[in-house]
Design a protein around this ligand. Structure first.
Ligand SMILES: [Zn+2]
Length: 282
């Protein structure tokens, strides 16, 4: 296995430039996260492949110029990208949605997204943060409906609208079963960055200050869920790439039910601090 290259996580602007202009520097080897779930993202942003037994589901698409890395990772794992039947998008930011159009065109997969983010595509492309890099716009085939799980093969994906990072941010929850019948609960929060909620950004976005309350409530809603395997929308959130080397035939370093709570509690603290120090009032 080639080393998963480390990148400078401190500077988002540099990560964008690197991801778009030198995507090979962000490349990461794919790896198994759960019995039927695989990491096919890069060093900066996550993408997950779910083998349902009757076709593949892909969560998030990385950036436009990184798509070849996703497809290569899928092939390296022994799967055919053309078997992707369903594309799930966490939220309409460039690092997650930049690759949606090429992957959708290539696979013909059905795209689901949060309805509340669609105006980014139609009215406010500045909120996608493409920063002038290549972007093919797209239309969803379906909006998420939290009362209607998405099913394919052996998998049932429950969605939960968790607004805050963007209005339409959606989180995913599903059970995966190993060959012995052991079930693990998998969860991915669709967007936990508070970077879109500071005073300056929230005003620029034209969002109500109550988006912060929405974000906090979203976090409180998922905080007590029992999640065995937390999938980071960015691998850094749960230090996934640092754990890859601990994988053995009998040990899965991602199966740790303390990770989810820690992640969510960290974000609750961040948003509360932001709310306390803000100069904006509702
Ligand atoms: Zn985002």
């Amino acid at each position: 296995m080639k080393e998963n290259i480390k990148i400078n996580m401190k500077d988002p602007r540099q990560l964008l430039i690197q991801g778009c202009e030198r995507p090979w520097e962000a490349a990461a080897e794919p790896f198994k996260v759960a019995p039927h779930v695989y990491y096919v993202g890069n060093s900066w942003v996550g993408s997950y492949l779910i083998d349902t037994g009757d076709g593949l589901i892909l969560i998030d698409a990385t950036m436009h110029n990184q798509v070849y890395l996703v497809l290569e990772s899928i092939r390296k794992l022994g799967f055919n990208p053309n078997d992707i039947k369903i594309l799930l998008l966490s939220h309409v930011h460039y690092d997650h949605c930049g690759g949606i159009r090429p992957i959708k065109e290539y696979t013909g997969a059905k795209l689901y997204m949060g309805k509340e983010d669609e105006y980014f595509l139609t009215e406010r492309p500045d909120l996608i943060y493409t920063e002038g890099y290549a972007f093919g716009s797209f239309k969803p085939d379906e909006y998420y409906d939290d009362n209607r799980p998405i099913t394919l093969g052996n998998m049932i994906i429950h969605t939960l609208h968790t607004p805050g990072h963007t209005p339409g941010t959606t989180s995913f929850f599903f059970d995966d079963k190993d060959e012995y019948g052991n079930v693990c609960h998998c969860g991915m929060h669709g967007g936990i960055g508070v970077n879109t909620l500071d005073d300056e950004t929230i005003q620029k976005n034209g969002w109500p200050v109550s988006m912060r309350e929405d974000f906090l409530n979203s976090l409180l809603k998922v905080r007590n869920m029992k999640i065995d395997i937390a999938l980071g929308s960015h691998p850094k959130q749960t230090n996934m790439l640092e754990k890859v080397y601990k994988i053995t035939d009998t040990f899965n370093p991602f199966n740790d039910d303390t990770v989810w709570r820690k992640l969510i509690d960290g974000r609750i603290a961040m948003i509360k601090k932001l709310m306390q120090t803000s100069n904006l009032t509702i």
